[in-house]
Design a protein around this ligand. Structure first.
Ligand SMILES: [Mn+2]
Length: 394
């Protein structure tokens, strides 16, 4: 029975009709399959949920994965509750009403199968162990094929943080698949600080891993592209009495766009500067520290800096990046204990939606960005998606 007919019977006030019908499975889906924003289990945007880590046979193209880890922060903790807050704030997103007017597509009703993969249950007790767990989790997540590509191309993930340190294990595992990664880093801070830039008389190896040093560590491990990384939205105070932090940032390989530039060149200008720096033919990772936004737009975060972007501006900039080969993305540092009226988590949930939109609108990752040794046998993977819209994998 078509939903239309069901509605018609309702209009005829035939109240006994609906209950007397023998429903098949399709009827049940139509009757009960669509949630209201306020009903249902709170997955991101009401997407189907599976615990992807415990079932490697699941096939999908884009996964939402929570990384509720926050014991590498230098100031206020609490971002372990970020994934839950972002999911809750995303409840007014549904596939039925998901058309992105800025992009001209509904990412939830397009070629990509998108799934909420749940969280990585990271230990809050031991950062060495936590890093091991996050490494293992992302290795697991990337060690599978995406739905529409009969190839070695893995699904892509948008990670919900968690503090910003979680991108070190993510970049490690992406590097194994794609080689060096170009990072577009939206943040008020550099996050390329050497561990010695923090109080470090009392030292352990684990203490080097923080949400302000992870990009420096990523550089030491050779995970970053040489010259194709960029910060956007910077406005942090710097160490000491001069430009040392910026010079160190040069060594890590980042271009810098300070937040104040938006007053001179606008959001379009910022986007263009990013596009001028980032290679179009190499894998790109977009990392959004929610503190890139002004505290008026995102108070619920660990290390707030005044004078930031508006949510509107950040969305506009991200929309301009949709042609880049995005192999992964995140929104991190959402700390709901400091949030008011869900301002921050709402912003984060919208940014996640924009990042998903980019991945869908840009189509599957072109295998030509993969390291040459990985290319054998998968050259035609990108074409398959459009030629073979439905097939089994694995
Ligand atoms: Mn950060």
């Amino acid at each position: 029975m078509k939903l239309r007919n069901f509605g018609y019977s309702f209009l005829c006030a035939n109240w006994s009709f609906a209950s007397s019908v023998q429903h098949n499975d399709q009827d049940l889906e139509q009757m009960w399959g669509q949630d209201w924003p306020f009903s249902g289990i709170q997955t991101y945007a009401h997407l189907p949920h599976e615990r992807c880590l415990i079932d490697k046979s699941l096939d999908f193209d884009i996964g939402i994965i929570g990384m509720p880890f926050d014991t590498a922060v230098t100031f206020r903790p609490g971002a372990r509750f970020g994934p839950q807050a972002i999911r809750k704030a995303s409840q007014r997103q549904t596939s039925m009403r998901g058309f992105n007017f800025r992009a001209g597509i509904n990412p939830y009703q397009n070629w990509a199968k998108i799934m909420d993969c749940g969280d990585v249950p990271v230990t809050p007790m031991d950062n060495k162990l936590a890093l091991e767990m996050m490494d293992a989790a992302f290795e697991n997540l990337l060690d599978r094929n995406s739905t529409l590509q009969k190839s070695e191309m893995p699904p892509r993930f948008v990670t919900l943080g968690g503090d910003h340190s979680v991108i070190l294990p993510i970049l490690r595992q992406l590097y194994k698949v794609y080689g060096p990664i170009s990072v577009i880093h939206f943040d008020s801070h550099l996050d390329t600080w050497a561990p010695t830039k923090y109080p470090s008389y009392w030292h352990s190896d684990e203490s080097e891993f923080t949400h302000g040093s992870m990009l420096w560590l990523a550089k030491q491990e050779g995970l970053l592209s040489e010259d194709s990384n960029v910060h956007a939205g910077l406005r942090t105070r710097l160490s000491g009495t001069g430009w040392d932090d910026y010079e160190e940032d040069d060594d890590v390989g980042f271009h810098r766009i300070e937040c104040d530039e938006i007053l001179k060149i606008g959001a379009d200008g910022i986007a263009q500067k990013i596009l001028d720096v980032v290679a179009k033919d190499r894998p790109v990772y977009i990392s959004v520290d929610i503190d890139v936004l002004d505290p008026s737009a995102a108070p619920g975060t660990g290390t707030v800096e005044v004078g930031g972007m508006l949510t509107r501006e950040l969305i506009h900039i991200i929309r301009k990046l949709e042609d880049l080969p995005i192999v992964g993305a995140d929104v991190v540092e959402v700390s709901p204990a400091y949030d008011h009226a869900e301002i921050t988590s709402l912003a984060a949930s919208q940014i996640v939606y924009e990042l998903i939109t980019n991945m869908v609108k840009g189509g599957p990752v072109d295998p030509s960005i993969m390291p040459k040794k990985k290319l054998a046998g998968i050259a035609s993977a990108r074409e398959q998606i459009f030629l073979e819209p439905a097939h089994q994998t694995m």
